[in-house]
Design a protein around this ligand. Structure first.
Ligand code: HEC
Length: 172
């Protein structure tokens, strides 16, 4: 079907003369390129970002600071899990402590204006998360994995909750 269609177009284009391979390719590309594009348009991957989160506007450097702290939290979770799984409870304890309330104190000592820009709910969830790390640190001393892991699950549900509600953008 496609072959017949193609050779009749070839006939129209050259009035019955034989086409060279190069010409054929060009004609083929011209004919089918829109068709392929249309396929992508109809069947291709489509995404739509539905931003339903509350956006917190911060200065570029403030945003970077908060995100750096976030990466530290993830590192702590990671190292706590490593520590527990290898029996290195000291390592797990150290990393749990490093993301506890001490982190907040250091942060608020230098970033008072930044703290004022954060919504109250955000700060509450944030503080609860840091307290959670201190609680995990205490439990790590008991070396009871089940208890430690359930506290860690409780703690990480706060990460998930906050990420569902808020995002951060740099002020223009
Ligand atoms: C109080 C709110 C809040 C809590 C609690 C919270 N986060 Fe976040 N986190 C954010 C926001 C807001 C962003 C930026 C997300 C965005 O703009 O899309 C973020 C971003 C991140 C990022 C990306 C960093 C980057 O460089 O882009 C990581 C990793 C992260 N968080 C880890 C964690 C972990 C792990 C926890 C829990 C132990 C946690 N966060 C708890 C609010 C929170």
């Amino acid at each position: 079907m496609v072959g017949r269609l193609f050779s009749s177009i070839e006939n129209i284009a050259l009035g019955g003369e034989k086409m060279r391979v190069g010409q054929k390719l060009v004609l083929f590309a011209l004919l089918f390129f829109p068709f392929i594009l249309a396929c992508f348009w109809v069947f291709g991957v489509k995404t739509k970002v539905q931003e339903k989160r509350i956006v917190i506007f911060l200065k570029e450097e403030e945003k970077e600071l908060v995100l750096r702290e976030m990466r530290e939290l993830l590192r702590s979770v990671n190292m706590i899990l490593y520590g527990i799984s290898t029996g290195d409870y000291d390592l797990a304890h150290r990393y749990a402590k490093s993301s506890g309330m001490d982190m907040v104190e250091k942060f608020s000592a230098v970033e008072k204006t930044l703290l004022l820009k954060l919504p109250d709910e955000f700060k509450k969830l944030g503080f609860a998360t840091h307290k959670g790390f201190d609680e995990v640190a205490e439990l790590i001393k008991s070396r009871e994995n089940q208890k430690i892991l359930s506290a860690l699950a409780e703690l990480t549900s706060k990460c998930v909750a906050c990420h569902d509600i808020y995002s951060i953008q740099a002020e223009k």
